[in-house]
Write a new protein. Structure first.
Length: 201
């Protein structure tokens, strides 16, 4: 076999392997995304006499965290919101959100460790991000800052997971010092950021 023919054969084998790898990734991604969305839609939270599920559960969990911040800040304005979140997570939220966040991290890790191009990785991460409600984004924001989200945080930044975070959260549920704990790239091309906040580069 001549060198030219050998090079062509190698190229074809490489292309076949690439397509096999991509097909394998897509199968894994679709399956994991299905598990993730199913877990989110069936997530349960009991608040007093109310048994909540899916988006209603996430909305109430985000509300409970916010009320926790507000009440604790009345007693101690200097207490860290991340510290409050970690306390609530350990005592009340772990059984509700632990598996949810682990699955989410697994999906992001599969994207990151794939052989896809950066543009393709962004495409699939955008699919994941499109599944998130406003309440899920708020919970994800603080989970990423906590000790429970150490490994996920770099991926949240890289894939701009907070680009769609609603502006109504800023200054209230998310105060400037906590916003600044993320690199600005985590917010992508968001038009919701307060104009007077100093952005990290």
């Amino acid at each position: 076999m001549q060198k030219k023919e050998l090079d062509e054969a190698r190229k074809q084998l490489s292309e076949k392997k690439f397509h096999r790898d991509k097909a394998s990734f897509e199968t894994t991604f679709i399956n994991l995304l299905g598990l993730y969305t199913q877990g989110a839609s069936t997530l349960k939270y009991q608040f007093r006499e109310n048994h909540l599920e899916g988006n209603l559960a996430f909305d109430k969990l985000a509300e409970v965290i916010w009320i926790g911040f507000r009440d604790r800040w009345k007693d101690d304005p200097n207490i860290s919101a991340v510290h409050i979140y970690e306390e609530y997570f350990a005592k009340h939220l772990h059984r509700n959100l632990g598996h949810y966040f682990r699955t989410q991290y697994h999906v992001m890790k599969v994207i990151e460790q794939s052989s896809l191009s950066d543009d393709e990785k962004k495409f699939y991460s955008n699919i994941l991000r499109s599944q998130l409600t406003s309440s899920q984004l708020l919970l994800l924001f603080y989970n990423g800052l906590s000790k429970y989200g150490d490994e996920m945080k770099p991926l949240l930044v890289k894939y701009k997971m907070f680009e769609q975070l609603p502006g109504i959260y800023f200054n209230e549920q998310i105060k400037k010092p906590y916003f600044e704990l993320y690199e600005i790239s985590a917010f992508g091309d968001s038009q919701e950021l307060p104009a007077n906040w100093t952005l990290k580069s």
